[in-house]
Design a protein around this ligand. Structure first.
Ligand SMILES: CC(=O)N[C@H]1[C@@H](OP(=O)(O)OP(=O)(O)OC[C@H]2O[C@@H](n3ccc(=O)[nH]c3=O)[C@H](O)[C@@H]2O)O[C@H](CO)[C@@H](O)[C@@H]1O
Ligand SMILES: C=C(OP(=O)(O)O)C(=O)O
Length: 429
């Protein structure tokens, strides 16, 4: 069945306030972490997005209950769980299915998964997950099925081969259940990793070094139930900064989690897009310089992604669209995923001046007037980037395959229409 489309009328300025939803990439591991205890866990500010619904289907298949008690409040109760009943098609739908490995291994001593899915943005390793779980005492089988087994999990001194986000999260969840102390070196430290740690601490875990790349976890303490509120999605905030800039709109991004925005704001600053902090809110003024800042001596500047706390890979696609509306030239270097930049073809089709140097680097020269077009949305962030491009373009655009956008952004058409956008969601065919 074909997916609905967005019909977007471009060129309209937006205005008003918008609140980011809870962080998708925090909510996903935190839902999994709720399976570590047999007590009920209440999660607030959970985004109502497709990836969460897919994960909840997996959680229920494992034997836990998961009920929405308010629009964004979820109660998970994993009184008993099983690790051998996860439907392969659901595992293949989302990257986050792999995050069930740590908690179900800890609870059941064995877990069987199918290889995870997620955005088709290039090869996605699982080696770090295996490295960490093996160090804690698990064995693994890897093929059409991924099986982890452990009679007992024991704390260990672990150096991760890369600061994998989900790899770190799996390691943390397993280490919290393991007897003894685990030291995780070269750990990822993104806001979502921090949120997961804080949630586990709220349930009784002992974790030191939260926010750094060395975590010390004193495991084996029984976890109780509790309530935890998911933090705001900094990637969504980055998306709204780009949206405001290219539509020349003043937007107030409420309760934006400003403590986590330094690298994102600095990245947009390089494009000539400045933002202001006002209490807990972030303001994007309508008047922007939109002039790319050259490096010293007039050299061509570069915007590159790196592990946290540097500029996040998931905001790169949004930065590319923004750069098409700024005066000057900039090299965008996406270091991580081999297929994430291919969507720039679609921007070129809309009038952007972009040279894709190789799968990781693109040279963007602006500003160019974008024209409405019929486009696909290949992954969550490219999809959002296309939506932003359509809102800034002259004329009408059609965005197909919007299920990709809705994997990560809650009611995005409704929320942007409340700011003055014209986005119509229509059934396709
Ligand atoms: C469900 C979930 O949480 N998904 C996120 C998670 O995926 P996921 O956990 O699958 O990504 P991984 O962190 O395992 O893989 C990316 C690897 O590349 C490294 N790296 C990162 C940036 C960079 O500029 N250069 C570099 O080499 C990372 O440190 C990491 O080692 O983290 C990715 C990296 O943030 C995000 O894109 C995904 O949205
Ligand atoms: C790549 C992303 O998601 P996932 O890891 O779930 O595919 C993303 O959130 O941009």
């Amino acid at each position: 069945m074909s997916q609905p489309q967005f019909i977007v009328e471009g060129g309209r300025p937006l205005a008003g306030s918008i609140r980011p939803t809870g962080n998708k990439n925090a909510a996903l591991p935190i839902v999994c972490a709720a399976l570590l205890t047999d007590q009920p866990v209440t999660l607030e500010n959970v985004p109502r997005i497709r990836d969460i619904e897919s994960l909840l289907s997996l959680v229920r298949a494992a034997g836990a209950s998961a009920e929405w008690t308010a629009a964004n409040t979820l109660v998970i109760h994993a009184k008993t769980v099983r690790g051998d009943t996860l439907p392969p098609d659901l595992c293949a739908r989302i990257r986050a299915s792999i995050l069930l490995a740590g908690p179900l291994l800890a609870r059941c001593g064995e877990v069987t998964l199918a290889p995870p899915g997620g955005d088709v943005i290039g090869r996605r390793r699982l080696d770090t997950h295996v490295l960490a779980l093996e160090a804690l005492g698990a064995t693994h089988e890897f093929g059409e099925r991924i099986v982890f087994r452990a009679k007992a999990l024991t704390g260990a001194d672990i150096f991760l081969d890369e600061p994998s986000v989900t790899g770190t999260e799996n390691a943390i969840m397993a280490a919290v259940a393991a007897k003894g102390t685990t030291i995780l070196h070269n750990a990822a430290s993104e806001p979502h990793v921090q949120d997961l740690c804080e949630m586990l601490v709220a349930l009784g875990a002992q974790i030191e070094g939260i926010g750094s790349n060395v975590l010390t976890i004193h495991g084996g303490r029984p976890l109780h139930g509790g309530t935890f509120r998911i933090g705001p999605d900094h990637i969504e905030v980055g998306s709204f900064i780009g949206l405001a800039a290219v539509t020349r709109s003043r937007l107030v991004i409420e309760d934006a989690g400003v403590q986590h925005l330094r690298s994102i704001r600095m990245g947009f600053d390089r494009l000539g897009v400045t933002t202001e902090i006002s209490g807990a809110d972030l303001i994007v003024p309508a008047e922007q310089e939109m002039r790319i800042r050259s490096d010293l001596g007039g050299a061509v500047p570069k915007l590159e992604d790196q592990p946290w706390p540097a500029f996040p890979a998931d905001v790169m696609s949004i930065a590319i669209v923004t750069a098409t509306q700024c005066e000057g030239i900039i090299l965008i270097h996406e270091k991580m995923f081999e297929s994430r930049m291919f969507f720039v073809d679609k921007l070129v089709g809309m009038g952007a001046r972009i040279v894709l140097c190789d799968p990781h680097r693109a040279l963007v020269s602006g500003p160019t007037q974008l024209r409405g077009a019929q486009v696909e949305s290949p992954d969550i962030r490219a999809g959002m980037a296309m939506l932003i491009a359509a809102l800034c373009a002259q004329g009408t655009s059609v965005i197909n395959n919007i299920g990709q956008i809705e994997r990560g952004y809650e009611r995005i058409d409704e929320r942007l229409n409340a700011l003055g956008a014209r986005i119509q969601r229509v059934a396709n065919g």
